[in-house]
Design a protein around this ligand. Structure first.
Ligand SMILES: Cc1cc2nc3c(=O)[nH]c(=O)nc-3n(C[C@H](O)[C@H](O)[C@H](O)COP(=O)(O)O)c2cc1C
Length: 357
């Protein structure tokens, strides 16, 4: 019977448990997108996860969408990530990098003055987190076909660098209203070329990007995160069930490591039932889970692994706490995204204090 603390195959690797750490932006990198030593400690503390998925990392500078987020474009950024993967592996862990291109959900002040890019020039509602605080999103610039090929190549090169930096794999962030979902969704994609219009065309960008990532890493080291019907970052789609069943049907036999699905609110469709039966790789469910809820999902074979965000952020030894039934530290929301400070980042206590290197 599946249980959270039993091993599971996720693509090429075997995770010792089914407690996956969710990708979480923490905004602690330098202005140049370089992860610092605190980030090494943060992930190393959480190495007992079945699998760590890093915070969203921009594949190229135009993909940055939040202040103090890290990248994987320059040699300095790669060298910083190498320290993270070495520290996690030294503690027996496994770690994927999440590639996150924010597209239109960014701001010129984060892009050296450049206008954010998108499938279509449609301004999202809401505000960007910039070096000078929160400011309204702007109308993005529509990518040309040639530029789309360039962005796909950016993901390919970012994947190569992530593997070079020692990551066990890469996850495409195709959820939460960022660039891949902007292409997928009819509300943000009103192109009339190969990348817009029909569901086949709207899904093409995600498929092309995954194809490029799989060509670099091997499909069994590539995962994808989606969030059908999530009303976030001004995203909307006229027929999400059709969009996501088409996408997952296309992907089902690619041999991808996993499909990671985070549902928000009360979607009209039971996407987990629908998509899990379509997909052949590991199926990961996250969002609002407790240990009990995760055990139920696994027992009922609704998922292969379960993903924890805020609980993992606040409990570096979450699998051990599940094992002994310990109380959980409460997450402190005021320090989720903070200027580079240790508070709320690497100072959450473990049951047994970690040895200091
Ligand atoms: C501080 C914070 C930052 C997040 N940043 C990201 C991110 O960079 N990429 C992503 O895919 N999801 C991000 N998420 C969403 C989480 O991956 C996860 O889906 C969400 O927290 C729900 O899981 P939970 O209820 O266990 O926290 C973030 C969540 C939190 C709390």
């Amino acid at each position: 019977m599946k249980q959270v603390l039993t091993p599971v195959q996720i693509g090429r690797l075997v995770a010792p448990n089914r407690v996956v750490m969710a990708p979480m932006t923490r905004s602690r990198a330098s202005d140049d997108g370089v992860a610092g030593d605190m980030t090494v400690a943060y992930y190393a503390q959480r190495a007992s996860a079945g699998l760590i998925i890093t915070e969203g990392v921009f594949p190229s500078a135009m993909g940055k969408g939040y202040v103090h987020t890290p990248g994987i474009e320059t040699e300095v950024q790669v060298a910083a990530w190498k320290k993270v993967t070495e520290a996690v592996h030294a503690r027996g862990g496994r770690i994927f990098m999440q590639l996150m291109h924010c597209g239109r959900v960014s701001h010129p002040s984060l892009l050296n003055g450049a206008i954010p890019v998108a499938p279509s020039a449609i301004k999202p509602e809401g505000q960007a987190w910039t070096p000078v605080g929160q400011v309204d999103f702007v109308t993005p610039r529509e990518l040309s076909l040639e530029e789309i090929a360039g962005v796909i190549d950016d993901y390919r090169q970012a994947t190569r660098r992530a593997i070079e930096a020692g990551f066990d794999g890469v996850e495409l962030h195709a959820a939460s209203g960022y660039l891949p979902e902007q292409f997928l969704s009819s509300g943000s994609n009103q192109r009339q070329d190969l990348y817009g219009g029909s569901v086949e065309n709207r899904a093409r960008f995600v498929l092309d990007v995954l194809d490029a990532m799989a060509a670099e890493a091997g499909a069994d080291r590539v995962g994808i995160k989606i969030s059908p019907e999530m009303n976030y970052n001004s995203i909307s789609d006229a027929a999400p069930q059709e969009t996501y069943t088409y996408l997952v049907d296309k992907l089902k036999s690619w041999g991808l490591a996993y499909l990671h699905v985070a549902l928000f609110g009360s979607p009209k469709v039971d996407y987990h039932a629908l998509l899990r039966s379509q997909f052949e790789g590991a199926y990961l469910i996250g969002r609002g889970l407790t240990q009990e809820a995760a055990e139920t999902l696994l027992k009922e074979d609704k998922a292969d692994a379960t993903v924890f965000g805020a609980p993992f952020l606040a409990n570096p030894d979450l699998p051990e706490r599940f094992r002994v039934g310990a109380e959980l530290n409460a997450p402190d929301r005021t320090t989720f995204f903070a200027p580079p400070t240790a508070k709320g980042y690497i100072d959450y206590p473990a049951l047994v204090p970690a040895e200091v290197d």
